[in-house]
Each structure stands twice: as C-alpha cells, then as structure tokens.
Design a protein around this ligand. Structure first.
Ligand code: HEC
Length: 192
C-alpha cells in the first residue's frame, strides 16, 4: 500500500505521509512534464489546424514531431507516450496495466468525477524491474473533433484512411475521455 499514490491522497495532504518522499518527487516530475507536453501539443495542433486546415495537420498530433518528447523529457530516464482504448496509431495501444488504468478513468468519469483533476500513479513490477508508472486522462475538446469527431470532412477522412488504415479514433465528442498520457521511469532497487 505504501507505493500506492492516488489523487485522493494528494488532495488530503496528511495522507502523503504514506508515500515515500522519492515517490512524491517522481509524481511532481511526471506532472511537470505532462503540463508542458499537453500544453504544447494542444497549442501546436490548434495553430496548425487553423493555419493549414485539419487535412494538412495530421502530423501535428504526434508526440514525436519536432523532438517534443526528447526536448521535454526534462528529467532523465522518463518514457512518455499516449494511449487509448480506441487508437489511431496501433503503436499507441495500451498494455495490460494501461488498460486497467483507462478502465478506472472511464469508471470515474461515469461516476461524474472531474477527470481534469484526476491522475493515477503506482510503483509496479514491470518485467522484473521496479518501475514508477503514471497516467493522466486526455479529454476531447471542441477543436479535436475535426479529426476525432463524428463529422470528419472528406479530405480528413481520406488522409486518415491513407496513413492510418486501422483507425479507431473517431466518433468522440467534446468532454469524452479520448485517452491518456502514460509515463514511466525505471527505478533502482527490487521490484515490489
Ligand atoms: C489535425 C488532426 C487532429 C486533430 C485536430 C487532433 N488529433 Fe489527435 N491524433 C491525430 C493523429 C493523426 C493521431 C495519430 C498520431 C500518431 O501517429 O501517433 C492522433 C492521435 C491522438 C492520440 C493518441 C492515441 C491514438 O489514437 O493513436 C490522442 C490521445 C489524441 N490524438 C488526442 C487528441 C486530442 C485530445 C485532440 C484535441 C486537443 C486531438 N487529438 C486533435 C490527429 C488529430
């Protein structure tokens, strides 16, 4: 239980005594990176969609462009990705742990929890290693619908079909849980 950090604990400060200071530091690093990455990604997609049209801005919604993740992995050793139940890029499919956390996010949303304030972190055993894992929900916004909504233009549909023939990431509306950022860092020491 010591390694279990949950947003509820973070809102109730005395409960932080249950998490080690190392875990709290990792949590702060994860949050700081997400803040910058999510902000920059959103800004870039919005800018490119209005400048070039959605059909010419597909590549803007990739973490890899312009070395974003390399540049923004401010603290060494972190891996950063996005995942979802329904993915556009098959590389973004969730692993079993990510799937469980996505399930938890979906469940909380169904219960009426405000997911903008929600996150999940845990130290786990991943392939025999001690690993800090962190996930933060990604919610749909209005301008995301030009590429992830129900009424895609013919041009956008054609470009997506060309690049992502197995696309599942459509039919979402603003406010929906679109997916999540997923961060991990391998730690020294024995796995839990
Ligand atoms: C111009 C089109 C476009 C817009 C607008 C757009 N996306 Fe994307 N989105 C894509 C493409 C293309 C991918 C696949 C990227 C890749 O290859 O990794 C993607 C992937 C994703 C993924 C990763 C999971 C997956 O499906 O592969 C998430 C999460 C995501 N988008 C969320 C959003 C959100 C939230 C918004 C609005 C803030 C948004 N997108 C706006 C085109 C778009």
């Amino acid at each position: 239980m010591r390694q279990y950090i949950h947003i509820i604990w973070l809102l109730v400060l005395p409960a932080l005594a249950h998490a080690s200071s190392a875990d709290v530091l990792l949590l702060k690093q994860a949050r700081a990176q997400i803040k910058v990455i999510a902000g920059e990604l959103k800004q870039r997609v919005a800018r490119d969609v209005s400048a070039k049209g959605a059909e010419n801005a597909l590549a803007s919604c990739r973490l890899q462009v312009e070395g974003l993740t390399d540049r923004l992995t401010m603290h060494s050793g972190w891996e950063i990705r996005r995942t979802a139940f329904l993915v556009r890029n098959p590389d973004n499919q969730p692993d079993p742990w990510e799937r469980e956390v996505l399930d938890l996010f979906a469940q909380r949303k169904a219960e009426g929890v405000d997911l903008t304030q929600y996150e999940f972190a845990k130290v786990v055993n991943l392939d025999g290693k001690r690993v800090f894992r962190y996930m933060k929900p990604i919610l749909m916004q209005g301008f995301c619908t030009s590429c992830h909504g129900s009424n895609l233009s013919a041009e956008v549909r054609a470009r997506i079909a060309d690049k992502y023939p197995d696309d599942q990431a459509v039919g979402f509306k603003p406010g929906d849980l679109r997916g999540a950022f997923s961060l991990l860092k391998v730690l020294p020491g024995d796995p839990p």
